[in-house]
Design a protein around this ligand. Structure first.
Ligand code: F6R
Length: 609
């Protein structure tokens, strides 16, 4: 997730901006850049890699001036490189941007036809060109920016400066965060509070569709129609560490709450609602190759493997291609039968997991095609795969994967829809219906997060259990596995996930009054069967925590605790039932006092075999 810092005042902007960017480092980034403005001259410096590389450049050739904008970039469109690093310039306009512009290809074509030349692979660069183009008509910086923001679709936080109107800095937000800091005769703008906390504690939070125009003397807020807005500042009392976590106690909780946005970003730009189709720009396979596939392997580890288990349901249901799923460390040594018409899908948040990378090489070595679902642009797995579907979860810092998992599910669903369309199994209308359901997901995830307080109470009640059992059927079975993994890795309580129908073949022997059993029982075709499994648990004295959908009241008298998630179609329900799994594990761990973000013995990226 990119970081933005802007400054306008009487001090030198560059050290303030660099310091602010350093305080946003926790967000993760792969390149950085700055632009200051002095005596009508734009001074732009950018560097790939860590901030120190940019600082080394600035030591040689300082960026001077008392206004400027800076950026740390987490790649989304285009690999991490100096060329793709922000700021981006077009004519006299310089922009830094956080978010994703969904209609950038269309706008780029239009701008190219109008004679604009692009130097990067980013969606951001079109903003600078569009402002330049719109300035031609109006001759007014503010009007040109407002017109531009009305033309772009997607999510953004932007800060923009202009050589011809050097006394101004403009910033705006839609979807991505942006905060304004108010100092004495100076103003700051940043994507997060820690960037400004050492200068001011007076902050104003921009809302979606709001824009702010700064000069040294004043700041003025408007909406995108140009109507003035009155905004109140808030005094922030957080410590710097609290601020990094956005006020959340742990990164994991922050990341759980980031899921509506992460999912929206992963959906963005890929749905062609009118055409009833899915657009996956880096898939690396022609429609003809997708039609010819006779087998799909899914290879991953841990939580990513659980996403793969759900992906198998998606692909087999929507595209009718047989899917074999393997844990990467097994796949690589089992001499799999990989043919030239097979596709191996690697799933990895980090893109660096050694076993998954080895699985990729194994499949490639046998002549199969490869595609990865990955969260880190240009990571080893992304580079070596023939194609990639990026999840746009942003950096995940908590060791226990949360938002990476739900965005992986979205990416796999998109792949299944694409395959279904190309292979003639889904009509445009059917695909459009699924696309519309996908679009409701961010809001439903927000609704699902409202159960947090209730899950916390349930966690308090069960925190002393020695073991937990998680049960689910069909596409809820992988969520049972994921719930058990989340709990064991951060609370160190032993937990097992089981297919609900398999319980009677062994684990039923474990059930007694001491054992909490989490049963995933949303309304679907196997509802009655899971209810029977739940009754089997109750009959043996087990304590049942049921996860149900909508206003289902059938189970209230049968269970010890009930957690509700909103209704959604059955394919997408695993995303919603994941939320209580994450929250339950989180709160139990907090009650037990374990190190939630960095559990013992675990690393975020497992680069050894
Ligand atoms: C669990 C978790 C791990 C990872 C696994 C694969 O919360 O995070 O199980 O899912 O180590 O990592 P990636 O997805 O980076 O390949």
């Amino acid at each position: 997730m990119c970081g933005i810092v802007g400054y306008i005042g009487q001090q030198q902007a560059s050290p303030i901006i660099i310091d602010g960017l350093r305080r946003l480092e926790y967000r993760g980034y792969d390149s950085a850049g700055i632009c200051t403005l002095e005596n009508g001259e734009l001074q732009i410096y950018r560097a790939e890699g860590k901030l120190i590389n940019l600082e080394n450049i600035l030591r040689e050739t300082p960026a001077t001036g008392s206004r400027g904008i800076g950026h740390t970039r987490w790649a989304t469109h285009g690999k991490p490189s100096e060329i793709n690093a922000h700021p981006h310039k077009a004519g006299d306009f310089v922009v830094v941007h956080n978010g994703i512009i969904e209609n950038y290809l269309k706008l780029k074509e239009m701008l190219q036809a109008a004679g604009h030349n692009f130097s990067s692979e980013t969606d951001t660069e079109i903003i600078a060109h569009l402002v330049e183009e719109n300035y031609k008509g109006s001759g007014d910086f503010e009007t040109a920016v407002r017109k531009t923001l009305n033309e772009v679709q997607g999510a953004y936080a932007v800060a923009i400066i202009c050589r011809q109107e050097p006394d101004k800095l403009i910033a705006a937000k839609l979807g991505s965060p942006l905060v304004v800091g108010q100092g004495q005769g100076e103003y700051f703008v940043a994507s997060d509070i820690p960037a400004m906390l050492s200068h001011t504690r007076e902050m104003i939070f921009l809302e979606d569709g709001e824009m702010v125009v700064f000069t040294e003397q004043e700041m003025r807020f408007t909406d995108l129609a140009g109507d003035e807005l009155q905004k109140q500042s808030k005094t922030i009392t957080w410590s710097p560490l609290m601020a990094e976590k956005g006020g959340y106690k742990h990164f994991m909780l922050k990341e759980i709450y980031e899921q509506p946005r992460a999912v929206a970003d992963t959906i963005a730009g890929r749905l062609q609602a009118e055409e009833g189709d899915i657009y996956l720009e880096d898939i690396g396979l022609s429609d003809e190759q997708l039609q010819q596939l006779d087998k799909i392997f899914i290879i991953a580890c841990g939580t990513s493997w659980h996403a793969g288990l759900v992906g198998k349901f998606y692909i087999e249901k929507l595209a009718r291609v047989p899917v074999e799923i393997d844990i990467a460390s097994e796949f690589r040594y089992r001499d799999p039968i990989v043919g030239e018409n097979s596709l191996t899908v690697l799933i990895s948040q980090s893109g660096e997991t050694a076993d998954t990378l080895a699985g990729l090489r194994e499949a490639k070595g046998k002549g199969g095609k490869t595609l990865c679902v990955c969260n880190v642009v240009d990571s080893s797995i992304a580079r070596e795969s023939d194609g990639v579907i990026y999840t746009h979860a942003g950096p995940e810092i908590g060791v226990a994967s949360t938002k990476a998992f739900t965005t992986q599910l979205v990416a796999l669903y998109q792949l299944a829809l694409k395959l279904g369309r190309v292979r003639g199994l889904l009509t445009a209308d059917q695909c459009r219906e699924q696309v519309e359901a996908l679009l409701t997901l961010p809001r439903k995830l927000e609704e699902a997060l409202e159960i947090d307080g209730h899950v916390e109470e349930i966690s308090r009640e069960f925190m002393n259990a020695r073991d937990f059992l998680y049960l689910g059927r069909g596409n809820q079975y992988p969520i049972a596995l994921e719930g058990a993994l989340k709990l064991k890795e951060i609370s160190y309580i032993h937990a097992e996930g089981y297919p609900a129908g398999e319980m009677k073949h062994g684990p039923i022997a474990l059930i007694d009054e001491q054992l909490p059993v989490v049963v995933l029982v949303p309304r679907n075709d196997t509802y009655e069967k899971v209810v029977s499994n739940l009754e089997e648990v109750k009959a043996r004295g087990g304590k049942v925590i049921a996860v149900v959908s909508g206003d289902d009241s059938e189970l209230i008298d049968k269970v010890d605790a009930i957690i509700r998630v909103p209704e959604i179609n059955d394919d997408l329900m695993p995303l919603l039932t994941s939320i209580p799994m994450q929250l339950l594990a989180y709160h139990v761990a907090v009650f037990k006092g374990t190190d939630v973000d960095q559990p013992r013995n675990l690393a975020k990226s497992v680069t050894v075999e």
